[in-house]
Design a protein around this ligand. Structure first.
Ligand SMILES: Cc1ncc(COP(=O)(O)O)c(C=O)c1O
Ligand SMILES: N[C@@H](CCSC[C@H](N)C(=O)O)C(=O)O
Length: 414
């Protein structure tokens, strides 16, 4: 593929080759993440930021490749092509946030349609689904997706979308994506199966390989990695579905702005090294917390009820874990007692974060619904970053001991 061809619309992943004219081959994801060729006339190593709303035409009748940044922009195209390669997709679309990605996907729904989603899922996703069921004549079934039959028994001819998260945010439940997808497609081929892969990133799991129709992620998290931008990405293999989603993005104007595309492109290049370190830190923290006597939810622990299922789909455990203390006040003291762990929503950042989902990321879910879905009010979520693992354990252990939730000996190393 010649360099000048790498900018054609509609975007599709360019096979990598270190030098134009060299042998075309696909490299391991860690290599693909850092390797990219910019279509820039000066062969810039970093893609230029095309900070422009409009593109001039040669004449009134000759359209260039781009006319208006809402419809397309070279910096966005470059990012989308790069991500398509990494996500193993034919097409990736970059939008203003993870929720924007979800909104674009939800616009395939028509009044009267039904959606099947998890009973443990990100609070913002729950809020959008609730909005659609209240205002859009959409019926949403929230089921325990860890039990395949709970999903399939809700399938009807009206089911337009099955929406899965694995691990879920914040209870770290795992669902069998390949089996659910196979059964849904066998019974209702037209039903779209979408996976929110934010917790895993393309490094940890590639749900498109399981036959799902859409994978989307909040790129605000691991993909960008520094909590300095909001973005969402949508990956598909089917051309027609990609065109439908692109239509909505162009029609509503939620395409990612050029500067944020550039920032995301810059951030994603360190994904492999950040994700690897954050995962190994999370494993360390999870093991130390479990050894101290806490019930820890993390798929890297053998005690996780769906440990084998998770590892049959994923190559890593991610870097988000949660645990309970048995008491809301104690949990609050721990969160407020930590110094190194920032009290903040979100995850996938280089810095470690601590939060109480029921008061923060999932506060938009009605307390009554939280109770029905057995979301513990005292749950603490840890989103592990890339600091020194012992510093993280020391700081957390100190907060836990001061809060009276464990004795110092619980954290002593043998
Ligand atoms: C699992 C999950 N999906 C989607 C989102 C939405 O992403 P954004 O905040 O970028 O809109 C979030 C967090 O916000 C999330 O945790
Ligand atoms: N006030 C925000 C909360 C965002 S939560 C971000 C992230 N997904 C997380 O799980 O921490 C809102 O209401 O959406």
């Amino acid at each position: 593929m010649a360099l000048e061809d790498t900018n054609n619309l509609p975007p599709s992943p360019a096979p990598s080759t270190p030098r134009p004219g060299g042998p075309v081959r696909k490299y391991k994801i860690e290599t693909e993440i850092v390797y990219s060729e910019s279509p820039d006339q000066y062969r810039s190593s970093s893609v230029p930021i095309y900070q422009t709303a409009t593109f001039k035409q040669a004449s009134g009748s000759e359209m260039g490749e781009y006319d208006y940044t809402r419809s397309g922009n070279p910096t966005r195209t470059h990012l989308e092509r790069h991500l398509a390669k990494i996500m193993g997709a034919n097409r990736v679309l970059a939008v203003a946030s993870g929720m924007s990605a979800m909104d674009v996907i939800a616009r395939i729904l028509r009044p009267g349609d039904e959606v099947i989603a998890g009973d443990d899922l990100y609070g913002g996703t729950n809020r959008l689904l609730k909005y659609l069921s209240t205002n859009g004549d959409i019926t949403v079934h929230h089921v325990d997706t860890t039990v395949v039959e709970r999903v399939t028994e809700k399938l009807t001819e009206k089911t337009a979308l099955v929406l899965l998260e694995s691990p879920t945010n914040p209870l770290i439940k795992i669902c069998d994506i390949p089996t659910i997808t196979k059964l849904v497609k066998a019974k209702r081929p037209q039903t779209v199966v979408a996976v929110d892969n934010t917790m895993m990133s393309p490094l940890g799991m590639s749900p498109l390989d399981f036959g799902v129709d859409i994978v989307y992620e909040s790129a605000t998290k691991f993909l960008s990695g520094h909590h300095d931008l909001m973005a969402g990405v949508i990956a598909v293999n089917d051309e027609e579905l990609g065109n439908r989603l692109f239509f909505t993005i162009n029609a509503t104007g939620c395409g990612l702005a050029p500067f944020d595309c550039w920032l995301l492109m810059r951030g994603v290049k360190t994904l492999a090294i950040r994700f690897e370190k954050a995962q190994s830190n999370a494993q360390h923290v999870a093991e130390r917390l479990e050894a101290a006597g806490f019930k820890v939810r993390f798929p890297g622990l053998k005690s996780h009820p769906q440990y084998d299922l998770h590892w049959s789909m994923a190559t890593g455990a991610g870097a988000v874990l949660s645990f309970e203390t048995g008491d809301v006040e104690t949990s609050e003291k721990i969160v407020e007692g930590a110094r190194l762990w920032g009290i903040s929503v979100s995850f996938g950042c280089v810095n470690s974060l601590i939060s109480m989902p029921c008061k923060m990321s999932h506060a938009s879910i009605d307390p009554k619904v939280r109770k029905e879905r057995a979301l513990p009010e005292d749950l603490i979520r840890l989103c592990v970053g890339i600091e020194d693992p012992e510093d993280l354990v020391d700081d957390l252990a100190h907060a836990i001991v001061v809060a009276g939730a464990a004795k110092p000996e619980a954290f002593a190393t043998k």
